[in-house]
Design a protein around this ligand. Structure first.
Ligand code: XBP
Ligand code: MG
Length: 256
């Protein structure tokens, strides 16, 4: 099989279990704005069906209609900016750790000439902070494209962010492999025509991953193998560049 030319990573849940830090930051913001709102883990799992922090606040205010909703709806941008600042501070302090295999695969892929990209719903400065925390000053050289947040009008599960990332890389989606952690992410990548390695995150553990090419507990490490869940066989306990060659990729039917 032809090896892929690029790997495109989702951020939240994929590079790290960031959603717990997002949830805490949302709750701190609500308190500081005088809103008597508290998103516990069960509620947050439901709210994560809506991609994007601003969209999630709006959804909660409109659908759950808790006290203070009208005020919150009028202040979504300010609430979200405050939450973003709080979240980024946690990342900068080094509180968030990379999931197994992420740092190893990113560096190995780059050293082997694969292009690297990011396709995420989260805000750009969150991504920059996380990549800097994980890869230091190398981050800007490792990733050729960072597609984030509001750069496309429709967020995941729409395919737009992956189509945008592939276009910026100058590659066909069939030449790229996505790494994702959630059903919305898999639907987005698959809808754009990429093969998908899914590593379900804590909050997405009950999601439907049937659209993924392979589902693994994580990317694995040589001394800490992944648990295989379903789909194509890839690697011997950990995903590396050589094992990507075996990953089945969607067939492109060209229009004559
Ligand atoms: C996951 C999301 C994000 C984060 C919060 O993004 O839906 O909205 O929960 O980020 P992905 P913002 O898995 O695509 O990385 O508040 O910055 O939107
Ligand atoms: Mg994700």
């Amino acid at each position: 099989m032809t090896p892929p030319e690029a790997l495109i990573f989702d951020v939240d849940g994929t590079l790290a279990e960031t959603e717990e830090w997002h949830r805490r930051a949302f709750n701190e913001t609500f308190q500081s704005f005088g809103l008597d709102w508290a998103w516990d883990a069960d509620l947050y799992r439901q709210l994560l069906k809506v991609s994007g922090g601003k969209e999630r606040i709006r959804h909660y205010a409109e659908v759950y209609a808790p006290p203070g909703s009208a005020t919150a709806l009028a202040k979504i941008s300010a609430l979200h900016a405050d939450k973003t600042e709080r979240y980024a501070k946690s990342v900068v302090k080094g509180e968030v750790s990379a999931r197994p295999g992420i740092k190893r695969l990113v560096r190995q892929a780059h050293n082997n000439g694969l292009r690297l990209g990011v396709a995420t719903t989260t805000t750009l400065c969150n991504v920059e902070a996380l990549l800097k925390a994980f890869f230091g000053s190398d981050a800007r050289h490792l990733f050729s494209v960072i597609a984030a947040g509001d750069i496309v009008p429709r967020k995941k599960p729409a395919p737009d962010i992956y189509l945008y990332a592939c276009e910026r890389l100058g590659l066909s989606p069939s030449a790229c492999v996505a790494v994702e952690d959630s059903e919305n992410g898999v639907l987005s990548a698959r809808g754009a025509g990429l093969a998908v390695i899914a590593t379900p995150s804590f909050y997405a553990s009950e999601d439907d991953f049937s659209g993924a090419t392979v589902v693994l507990s994580d990317l694995g490490e040589p001394d800490a193998p992944y648990r295989f869940k379903s789909g194509a066989r890839i690697g011997q306990g950990y995903v590396d560049v050589a094992s990507l060659h075996d990953l089945p990729r969607p067939v492109v039917i060209s229009e004559e």
